[in-house]
Design a protein around this ligand. Structure first.
Ligand SMILES: C[S@@+](CC[C@H](N)C(=O)[O-])C[C@H]1O[C@@H](n2cnc3c(N)ncnc32)[C@H](O)[C@@H]1O
Length: 270
């Protein structure tokens, strides 16, 4: 496995920085008043989670992890950023929810956790931080119980070719994967709090839809469905418009594009 440790450490610093910001900018009041923050797409596609064990990879400050806990799942959240997990634990206490949080890179998890789960879950803003999707898929397979399933809802790889600083849809970035990460310097507004200027640089990778599907198939997972959506949970491009249900879409006339995908898969044998 090719590990980019400098990039991983740098990205952890970035997420530690943002966890403090997101502790204030993520609106998680619903969780502390008995509700949850899960959207209607995932509620339907993931289905009943009551009494199911759920492993959440790259859980950040735990708002999705804790939403699944509120819906009855026994949750374990994993993230590389210790500050994110401190915030997640604080929200869990405030919300009166049981959750276990483990600080680990996805790749190192077998050194820290030896169990299997009914559901392995991950969502939104996760794949670009991973240098090795084959290792990621192996981890997913490793943690699934027979009869369990993997679910992901993530930004569509096609979205990332567009210029995120212009109103139109002009192609600016590569679609295909490259082994070396793209390095972004800081000094741009945070996606959750636009008044906060990010300081830390990041290192990111682009993965195509075929990269994602193939690593899952090659690691013994059978795809139950792949859905493509014309909405996304945050304002990823300047021209996006907020919908009534909290998702964002492109303006009329340019809105017939995939912005997000969701996928469920289960272990082929078992
Ligand atoms: C955009 S957040 C995704 C969480 C969720 N969708 C949200 O919006 O709160 C990405 C998370 O991935 C974590 N991360 C990045 N690289 C990781 C790695 N190699 N192993 C585990 N977590 C990682 C970061 O620390 C961050 O918390």
């Amino acid at each position: 496995m090719k590990r980019f440790l400098k990039a991983e450490r740098g990205n952890r610093t970035y997420w530690d920085e943002l966890a403090e910001v997101h502790a204030k900018s993520y609106d998680y009041k619903e969780l502390t008043t008995g509700g949850h923050l899960m959207d209607h797409i995932q509620i339907v596609e993931v289905g009943e989670v009551r009494k199911k064990s759920l492993l959440h990879l790259q859980c950040h400050i735990g708002t999705d992890t804790l939403s699944w806990a509120r819906l009855g799942a026994e949750v374990t959240g994993v993230d590389i950023s210790p500050v994110s997990l401190q915030v997640a634990e604080g929200i869990a206490r405030e919300a009166g929810l049981n959750a276990r949080f483990i600080e680990s890179s996805v790749y190192d998890l077998p050194d820290k956790l030896d169990e299997s789960f009914d559901i392995v879950y991950t969502s939104i803003g996760v794949l670009c931080w991973l240098s090795d999707l084959k290792a990621w898929a192996k981890i997913i397979r490793r943690y699934l119980k027979p009869g369990g399933f993997f679910y992901i809802m993530e930004s569509h790889p096609f979205l990332w070719v567009f210029d995120d600083e212009s109103d139109g849809l002009s192609v600016r970035y590569q679609y295909f994967h490259r082994e070396a990460p793209h390095e972004w310097s800081g000094d741009y507004p945070d996606y959750s709090d636009p008044d906060y200027m990010v300081k830390s640089p990041t290192w990111e990778w682009q993965w195509t839809m075929s990269d994602i599907l193939n690593v899952l198939i090659e690691n013994g997972l059978k795809i139950d469905f792949l859905h493509e959506h014309a909405v996304i949970p945050w304002k990823a491009l300047p021209s996006m418009i907020r919908c009534d249900d909290g998702f964002w879409r492109l303006p009329d006339g340019m809105d017939n594009l995939p912005l997000m995908f969701s996928l469920r898969a289960h272990p082929e044998r078992g």
